[in-house]
Design a protein around this ligand. Structure first.
Ligand code: GTP
Ligand code: MG
Length: 211
């Protein structure tokens, strides 16, 4: 697979900024520390495109990555459910997220990231149900599969399938497992075709790509 290129194009902090971009968008949401920024890096095959940290609450702004060769955005959202954020901060972010999901006309689909090691958490289920209630499509993605036992992954897939009607895509940003399946799902939602290997520049040998 030939990866599309991601370029950081804009950063937003307010609802007006969030609603002002006119390209179609697919947004990554999930609890703080679930691995949203890492997934962006893995999708882009870059290490430092999106800032990653083991301390929850790293991403504080909404970051728009232009996806080339097409003109749409992959949107890295700040995480929710960060225990050490103040009540006020959490409330503000929840209302911003809710308005963005509801009012952004360019938002096509939500990629919901959940940690493969945890049983479905109430806050994630609520977000998924809210998205569905406003007619937004949801792609569920399990993160950190490299830290999970096969049995855990099987259980998570079954639990989320029960909740959403669709089993999550299993990924690891550490090993890049699942990146092809994820890009395929993104391209399906955005109605574009993934370039085949050999079109444009070719992949380097030994780059760790999952086949
Ligand atoms: P916020 O910006 O705080 O919302 O967090 P985030 O969801 O963007 O998480 P981030 O990508 O910053 O990753 C959080 C931590 O999890 C970092 O220490 C990452 O290295 C680690 N991590 C992310 N993905 C993976 C993965 O696939 N495998 C492993 N082992 N660690 C991961
Ligand atoms: Mg982040």
């Amino acid at each position: 697979m030939q990866e599309p290129e991601l370029v950081l194009e804009a950063t937003a902090y307010t609802i007006d900024q969030l609603l002002s971009r006119d390209w179609r968008q697919i947004a990554l949401a999930g609890r703080s520390n679930v691995g949203k920024s890492s997934l962006i890096n893995a999708m882009a095959r870059r290490r430092t495109l999106a800032k990653v940290s083991s301390t929850p609450g790293k991403t504080r702004s909404v970051n728009y990555y232009a996806v080339k060769p097409w003109g749409f955005y992959l949107v890295d959202l700040p995480g929710y459910g960060y225990a050490r954020a103040s009540h006020e901060e959490r409330r503000k972010w929840a209302s911003l997220l809710e308005r963005y999901l509801k009012e952004c006309r360019e938002l096509v689909c939500l990629v919901l990231l959940v940690d493969g090691r945890l049983a479905p958490q109430k806050i994630d289920v609520q977000l998924a149900e809210y998205a569905k209630s406003i007619g937004l499509r949801v792609i569920p993605v399990l993160t950190k599969a490299d830290k999970c036992k096969q049995r855990e992954i099987g259980a998570r897939r079954a639990e989320w399938k029960q909740i959403l009607g669709v089993a999550p895509i299993v990924t690891s940003s550490a090993s890049r497992f699942g990146m092809k399946a994820l890009w395929q799902a993104v391209c399906r939602e955005m109605d574009v075709e993934l370039p085949e290997e050999g079109e444009g520049q070719s992949r380097q040998v030994g780059d760790g790509s999952e086949g």
